[in-house]
Structure formats: structure tokens, C-alpha cells
Write a protein that binds this ligand. Structure first.
Ligand code: ACO
Length: 428
């Protein structure tokens, strides 16, 4: 019978090593025993940007990038998007099981109870410039929450962790809404505990003069988008949360690092970049010329391509359906025509086909957010609201994993060898 081992011959020494294979992996630390004569550290794995390195064992999210499969705790994303609420999905990610009626009620009530933020949070948000980027404000505000809740430093206490989890889930929409109102010069709207999670957030963003007529179709669409974004295993922002959290800092600081990572245009900032790209293209007739520019290496087709999905991102498929529901309510977003044409041409073009570049979650989400009335630079904030439960679940899983330590990659030093300091007077 075949053995689950890997035999390596080191041609420098002629020595042979046998390493165990577990779950399709070898342990990088097992390579350390492989040493040349003058080698003290042993062999390392070199993997910039973690293209082929598993950094943890996780039971939260399963992705099969070739088959376009995404599951939270084993449940297919399509089924959750059909039926589940966002808080129910968050509970599933955090606890590992779907809640029963009593558990869901308690979870919803706990989150509802904590939606208010200290009034000083409002004050420091007011200190931002009128044109401050919403993501800069959000990451600053969430980091600052750690100063309001010093008890969050006690990350070893499960009750304490539950409280911080609730606070994060409850307060992020409130802060996000204040960030929205700040950009519009509108007074902040306090949370309303008679509304559900999504309804309260939408009300805090759009209420004017005590009035807001909720549109259940748009609210459900936003909820589905949150469900679709809720976790995505070891992506850039989640790795940031895990990496920063591995120093045992409080969860507000760790989540704020995740928000910073999400801000970037190669990650969550892509939904914003897609809209800017569509604006730049202007009309459908300019699409072929734009595609040629991309192929010439002048920029990327934003919202296309993914490190893991090498087929159609299952979330993008579902989002396209959500877009139909939303546009039925709001009227067609004129940029949809350009996006559809981009997708049509790209999916037939050898450049994109050979590199297996398909629309990702960000390709259509921005169009929906825009139709809902959110400005372009606010899209990534909506992504952050959706991703929050995933960040917290991954952070807690990391803390409970006895194999995890402070995250600290190695390097291959390629700089100068030792050389003597040259005094300033001798450097000309
Ligand atoms: N447009 C044009 N070419 C692309 C694109 C794109 N969107 N994405 C990748 N490529 C090309 C690269 O130029 C490269 O070509 P080459 O082999 O000729 O050099 C090849 O495809 C592989 O690309 P990499 O950059 O090596 O792929 P990587 O896995 O590192 O990047 C990423 C993944 C960052 C998502 C990339 O596809 C990209 O920049 N996409 C646009 C930004 C975007 O939509 N980001 C959102 C991702 S989803 C999310 O974070 C929620």
C-alpha cells in the first residue's frame, strides 16, 4: 500500500529524508532537518505571497477554486444566500452550527443591545476632514474602540471574547453609518432597536427628518451581499487579522488591521476600482479598446481574476441575480451595459481564458451598491460590514489553535554582507 510520505534526496549531500504527508501537506519545519555541510538553519520553504503555503488548519470555510465551490461550515453559499439572515450566518461562522430559535433570539438581542457607541466616538469622527475616505475613517474608529473597551485585552476569557464579538458586530454598522453621514454633512442618526440588523443600518444611513421608507427588496439584497461576503478563508484581510491577532492584541485592533488590508484596490477596494474603471470606459463602444489596453499591460480589468477561483466566482454568479432584483426596483444602472460587454468580451478572449480570469465578487457588487444610493468610495465599507463575522471567527479559531504562535515569517536575506560604518565626513 502507498505510504503517506515524501522521500527527498538532497543532491548536495546524498542524504535521503522521509517526511510525513498529512492532509496533502508536508510541514515546512520538517525541512529544517535537511542541511548541507556548512548550513546551520536547514532548508526553508520560499513562498512569497503564500502561493502554496497553508498557514493554519481551519474548519470555517471551504473553497474549491477550480469547481467554483464556497461553503461556510459545510453549508453551500447558494443555500445560505437563498434563506439565511446575516446574523444567522454570522452565528454559524462563529459557533460552527446553525442557531436554534432560542440561540438566534439571544444572539439578535445581544447585538441589538450593543448598537450604541460612546458619544466620544461621534466627536472624533467629526474631527475627520469633510472628504476623508470612509475606509480610513472606519479603520481608525474601530482601532480606537480598543481604548473604550480596555477589557478587550483579556482575550483568554471566553465570556469576554463573546462580549467583544457582540460589540464589534453591533457597533460596526453604527460607525459605518456615521461615516456615511459625515461624508454627506448630515447629522448622525441613532440606532433604532425596533429594527432588525440590516433595517437599522439602512435607516441610520438614509433617514432624513425622522423618515425613511424601507424597501424590503433592497434590504434583502444588501443582506444577501453581506452573507456572500461573510467569510472567504485565508484572504489578505483575514490573514492580516490572524497575523496581527497572533500577537495577542485586542480584537478591535486586529479587526482594524483587517479593515486596512481590505481597503487596498487588489482586495476589497476592487469594487470601488470597478466603478471608476466603468466611468473611465464611458460607453459600451469603448470596451474593445479598453480590453486591448489591459492586454498590453496598461492596467488591469478590475473585478476580474482571483488567487483561488480559477473558474466563475460562485458569489459573482449569485450577485448577478441580486442585481436583477435591485435594478427592477431602482431602474437599470447605465454602467451595467458596459460591465456586461466587458464580461462578454473577456470571457471569449484568449488572454483572459488562458489565465483563467473570471468575474469575481467585486465585479457587479459596486453597481448594486451604487443603485442603492451608496457613493463609490463607500463600497468597501459595505464589504467590511459583511466580512466582519469571518474576521472574528478566524481570529477566535486562531486563538484556540494550540499549534498557532505569534506569526513571524522567515526571509532569504539578499542584502549586503557585513561592511564597516563610514563616518558622515568621509561620505562626500
Ligand atoms: N486583468 C488583467 N490581467 C490580469 C488580471 C486582471 N484583473 N488579474 C490577473 N491578471 C494576469 C496577470 O497580469 C498575470 O499575467 P502574466 O502571467 O502574463 O503575468 C496573470 O493574470 C496572473 O496574475 P497574478 O497577478 O499573478 O494573480 P494573483 O493571484 O497574484 O492576483 C488578483 C489575484 C490580485 C485578484 C488579480 O487577479 C487582480 O489584480 N485582479 C484585479 C483586482 C480585483 O478584482 N481584486 C479583487 C479580488 S477578490 C477580493 O479580494 C474580494
Amino acid at each position: 500500500m502507498a505510504e503517506d510520505t515524501l522521500t527527498i534526496t538532497d543532491n548536495r549531500t546524498g542524504h535521503e529524508y522521509t517526511l510525513p504527508i498529512t492532509d496533502g501537506t508536508i510541514r515546512a519545519t520538517d525541512l529544517q532537518q535537511i542541511r548541507a555541510e556548512d548550513d546551520t538553519d536547514g532548508l526553508m520553504a520560499y513562498d512569497p505571497a503564500y502561493l502554496n503555503t497553508a498557514s493554519c488548519r481551519s474548519a470555517i470555510t471551504y473553497i474549491d477554486g477550480d469547481a467554483g465551490i464556497l461553503r461556510y461550515r459545510g453549508y453551500p453559499i447558494e443555500q445560505l444566500a437563498e434563506d439565511a439572515t446575516f446574523l444567522e450566518t454570522a452565528f454559524l461562522l462563529l459557533e460552527g452550527e446553525l442557531p436554534n430559535a432560542e440561540q438566534l433570539h439571544r444572539w439578535e438581542e445581544d447585538v441589538r443591545y450593543h448598537t450604541y457607541v460612546h458619544t466620544n466616538v461621534q466627536k472624533f469622527l467629526e474631527g475627520f476632514r469633510y472628504d476623508a475616505h470612509p475606509m480610513g475613517m472606519l479603520l481608525g474608529a474601530v482601532g480606537a474602540l480598543s481604548t473604550f473597551y480596555p477589557d478587550a485585552k483579556d482575550i483568554d476569557d471566553p465570556d469576554g471574547r463573546y462580549l467583544q464579538r457582540v460589540r464589534l458586530m453591533a457597533k460596526l454598522p453604527t460607525i459605518a453609518a456615521y461615516v456615511f453621514r459625515h461624508a454627506h454633512g448630515l447629522p448622525y442618526v441613532l440606532p433604532r432597536n425596533d429594527l432588525d440588523y440590516i433595517g437599522n443600518f439602512v435607516n441610520m444611513t438614509f433617514e432624513i427628518g425622522g423618515r425613511h421608507e424601507p424597501n424590503p427588496v433592497l434590504q434583502r439584497a444588501l443582506e444577501i451581499l453581506f452573507v456572500l461576503h461573510a467569510d472567504h478563508e485565508q484572504n489578505c484581510s483575514t490573514s492580516a487579522v490572524r497575523g496581527v491577532g497572533s500577537s495577542h492584541v485586542d480584537p478591535f485592533s486586529a479587526v482594524s488591521a483587517g479593515i486596512a488590508a481590505l481597503y487596498g484596490p487588489l482586495h476589497g477596494g476592487a469594487n470601488e476600482a470597478v466603478l471608476r474603471m466603468l466611468d473611465q470606459i464611458g460607453v459600451k463602444e469603448n470596451v474593445p479598446g479598453f480590453i486591448e489596453q489591459v492586454k498590453d499591460g496598461k492596467g488591469r480589468l478590475m473585478g476580474f481574476g482571483h488567487r483561488v477561483y480559477k473558474s466563475y466566482d460562485p458569489r459573482a454568479k449569485l450577485i448577478k441575480r441580486v442585481a436583477d432584483d435591485v435594478f427592477e426596483q431602482t431602474g437599470l444602472n447605465p454602467k451595467l451595459e458596459i460591465a456586461l460587454e466587458l464580461e462578454r468580451i473577456a470571457l471569449e478572449d484568449e488572454y483572459f481564458v488562458s489565465r483563467r480570469l473570471y468575474p469575481n465578487v467585486d465585479f457587479y457588487s459596486g453597481l448594486i451598491y451604487q443603485a442603492m444610493g451608496y457613493p463609490t468610495d463607500y463600497f468597501t465599507v459595505l464589504f467590511a460590514l459583511g466580512r466582519l463575522p469571518g474576521w472574528i471567527a478566524q481570529w477566535e479559531e486562531m486563538l484556540g489553535d494550540p499549534e498557532q504562535k505569534i506569526s513571524r515569517p522567515r526571509q532569504v536575506y539578499v542584502g549586503d554582507p557585513e561592511r564597516p560604518y563610514v563616518p558622515r565626513s568621509e561620505r562626500g
